[in-house]
Design a protein around this ligand. Sequence first.
Ligand SMILES: Cc1cc2nc3c(=O)[nH]c(=O)nc-3n(C[C@H](O)[C@H](O)[C@H](O)COP(=O)(O)OP(=O)(O)OC[C@H]3O[C@@H](n4cnc5c(N)ncnc54)[C@H](O)[C@@H]3O)c2cc1C
Length: 511
Amino acid sequence: MPRASHHVDVAIIGAGPAGLTAGYMLGKQGFTVTLIEKDPEQVGGISRTVEHGGFRFDIGGHRFFSKSREVVDLWNELLPDDFIERPRMSRIYYRGKYYSYPLRAFEALRNLGLWQSTLCMASFFRWKLFPHKEVRSFEQWVVNQFGARLFGIFFKTYTEKVWGMPCDEMSADWAAQRIKGLSLGKAVWDGVRRSLGLNKQPNDGMQAKTLLESFRYPRKGPGMMWDAARDRILEQGNSVLMGHTLHQLSWDETAGLWRVAAMGRDGRLAMLTADHVISSAPMRELASRIHPLPATLPDAMALNYRDFLTVALMIRSDDLFPDNWIYIHDERVQVGRIQNFRSWSPEMVPDPALACVGLEYFCFEGDGLWSSSDEDLVALATRELATLGLCDPAAVAGGAVVRQEKAYPVYDDDYAAHVAAVRGELEARYPTLHFVGRNGMHRYNNQDHAMMTAMLTARNIAVGARRHDVWAVNEDAEYHEAGSEGDDAGIAAALRSERAVPSRIADRKAA
Ligand SMILES: Cc1cc2nc3c(=O)[nH]c(=O)nc-3n(C[C@H](O)[C@H](O)[C@H](O)COP(=O)(O)OP(=O)(O)OC[C@H]3O[C@@H](n4cnc5c(N)ncnc54)[C@H](O)[C@@H]3O)c2cc1C
């Protein structure tokens, strides 16, 4: 039996950074709002903090950084007293040694030892003399730049773990964008500046990302920010319906409103009506729940995602390393990155006698890793720490697994066309349906981008027109208004600065 319906100005699907920002901004202006969140307990989405026996951990570490003053101001408004500033340290771990990230050539050769370095240099010169002539793949690009041996050590394994495809199938343009900053001259200059203390600048959360020597972080993890946003929304008299998944969304033409059905964990439907709907749910899920089904449903269903899981281990030991996280370049293990939660904030690890690390595995929902039991994953993580020489398995006192489905929207060859098709149909048909956030817009973003799209949407709703184009918000959460002739200058600018991710080369045999 469905529960009785109530009416709000705006129904918001998802209580992650985007949904909560939209809800809070609208509530401030007096709108009535209900958020529908499928997680039974936690808000914050991918930016939540999971608690297990007093230990707290992120879904990947979440640094709070934005070039947008508006976003930083909102963070400060929501958490005025709880930000701490943390030194940033993250290195590559390879065969028992740590390497700076980005790589420093001299340090790398020194750490590798005389024999390996000689082989690396020989390989470097071999590929400089006889490079791949036609460079199409990531592998060919890096091999031409650094030699095959350094490619094998510092690029191949980690890249393949993260993206789930072989380096000889990834397109070369991604390498060119991604690795363009890696030059010996720049590394030496940065080193000199650092030793003179010239790189130290106060960090108010808006400094250029590449210069960040420190970052801001809520003392109890990112979830603290989003719990605070939820509390403010409740104080505004609005509601957050936890443990409910969007079931059906239908536009009632006669009444001129949305009918929203959300399924509780007990199988019962909660019903509400709304003038506007904001969705931060994955486009694939939203499209399949709209009634009548959109013609572009096949486009939405063709969107893909990469999933992610963290195995947190509590270890009777000092911290295993001082870094916030380390990158694991080792083909013997499946783990891609390891977080050291105490380095993020001492309050994440309540027991001074224990260390807490998070081993991060990139996977696809339903593959071997994803569907392993928690017990097996804790055992795997324990074994892998031992293989890496980071800790004695006997010292592991406990573990917990956090799975994050759809952690990364995949940018494959056709994704942009699919997103454009779905957006085109739904925005034209439903002026009061709004897309926001990461999977809501299929954008590989940070929190600030998700928040900026939500802020602009709240403004659009307040003025009763789509005056701001959320699709024109770029990776840095900057928003450029479209040209007066109504051209897509802003969107083009946003896409030009889109976060670089690898794409698969169309014809692999030719590479
Ligand atoms: C490993 C990793 C590291 C990251 N590091 C950083 C970082 O350092 N700094 C940074 O700023 N950002 C970082 N990010 C990005 C950040 O997590 C996202 O940008 C942000 O969480 C996006 O917010 P969102 O609200 O758009 O989406 P989400 O966080 O995905 O929230 C969406 C919410 O909607 C809910 N939902 C989904 N479908 C439905 C449905 N059908 N019905 C009801 N509810 C639904 C979900 O449960 C979720 O709560 C990182 C991401 C990852 C994966």
